[in-house]
Design a protein around this ligand. Structure first.
Ligand code: AMP
Length: 126
């Protein structure tokens, strides 16, 4: 089974400039923007510019340049928000939902950086 990418997903439209966003950071291979429905005082999405459905797709098929640039972008966003541990920030949660069990709504890889308050347990038990 190969990964299939839907170029009409909403984040692809953001990358093409068809839908506005509140950009926090742009690099060669990544874009970070504020989530439209923030779940904490800080809620930023970091996406690769390439057509990757999920973090496993990206990890398996992206180039080394893309992976390095993307991971550095995640770190830079945390620094920009002042939540990175390196500068004594209070921390954050990085979340990458994937597929149906992961409850991924938008089929373009995005890491949520959620911060600004204590975030509670990682998962709520059923
Ligand atoms: P997920 O369930 O992990 O796929 O998360 C998708 C996220 O995308 C949700 O937190 C949405 O609030 C967010 N979202 C959807 N549309 C937009 C948009 N146009 N701009 C910014 N964030 C969006």
């Amino acid at each position: 089974m190969a990964y299939t990418y839907d170029p009409e997903n909403i984040f692809a439209k953001i990358l093409r400039g068809e839908i506005p966003n509140t950009t926090v950071l742009e690099t060669d291979h990544a874009l970070a923007f504020r989530d439209i429905a923030p779940q904490a005082p800080e809620h930023v999405l970091v996406i690769p510019k390439g057509p990757y459905v999920s973090i496993d797709h990206f990890a398996v098929e992206a180039s080394a340049d893309e992976i390095v640039d993307y991971m550095r972008a995640v770190g830079q966003v945390c620094q920009q928000l002042g939540v990175d541990l390196g500068s004594g920030g209070a921390g954050f949660r990085a979340i990458a939902n994937a597929g149906s069990n992961g409850v991924q709504d938008v089929p373009h890889l995005h890491v949520h950086i959620v911060a600004g308050r204590p975030l509670g347990p990682m998962l709520v038990r059923d």
